[in-house]
Design a protein around this ligand. Sequence first.
Ligand SMILES: [Zn+2]
Length: 259
Amino acid sequence: MMKQKSIAGNLQPRFAGEEAGAMEKQKTPLGRFYDWLGVLLAVCLIMFSLTGKILFAPAEEDAAVSAPAATSDGSVIVVDAGHGLPDGGAESPGGVKEAGLNLAVAKLVESGLQDAGFTVIMTRTGKNALDKTKREDMAARRAIMRTDGVSAVVSIHMNKFRDPVVRGPMVFYMKGSAKGEWLAASVIENVCRSIGDPKRNANPGDYYVLRESVAPAVIVECGFLSNPADERLLQDKAHQEKLACGIAAGIAAYFAADR
Ligand SMILES: [Zn+2]
C-alpha cells in the first residue's frame, strides 16, 4: 500500500487566532460541536472559493474569518506528500503514479490548514524526492517531522491492491498511539463525509512515518489507483479538493477537542 512519507515548507497562518482563542475557553461539548461544524464549513468554502467552485452564496468571507481561527492556535502541522521522483510510488494500470497526486492533494491540504489558522510545514513542494537515495530521503522527512513544535503529521498517499474492486480512502495511525488513533478517526470520518462515502474506521499500522514521528501522525491513503473509478477520481481536481477539505477538517476537529 504505502511505504514512507514526508514533510517540508513553512507558511504563516492567514488568520492569527487570538480572538478566537478567547472564544474557545470553557467550551461545552455542544459548543465544540458547533466549532467543528464552523471549521468544516469554513475550510470547504475557502477551498472551493479559491478554485472557483463555489457551490452556494458568496458569503464565504464571514465563515472564513470567524470560524477557522477558533481551533488552531497556530499549531504546526507537517504535511508530507509521499514519494517524489525518481520514486513515483504506486502506479495505476494506466500509468498514473501516486507521487504527483500526493503532491496535488498535499498542497490543497496545506491551503485548507492555513486558512484554518494552522502553520504548515511541507516536506516537499516540488516533484522530486528530498534526497538522492530512498534512505536519505526518508531520513530527511524524519528530521522535518521531528522539528521542534510540530503538533501533528499527516502523510498523503495513494493506495494500490491486487483486487481492483477494492476502493476508497483509508487512514492509518501508529498502533498503540491513543492520540494517533484519535486523530486518524477524526480524519477518516471527515474525509468520508466530504467525499460522500459511507463511514469507515481508522486502521492501526506500523509504518516508518508513523513510528518515527514524535507528534501524533496519520497516513491518509486517498484511494486505490488499482480501482478504475478511484483512478479517475484521484486525478479529478474537485475530488482532490473534497479529500483535502476532509483531511483539513479532520485535523481541525481533533485540535478543537484536544484542549
Ligand atoms: Zn505511497
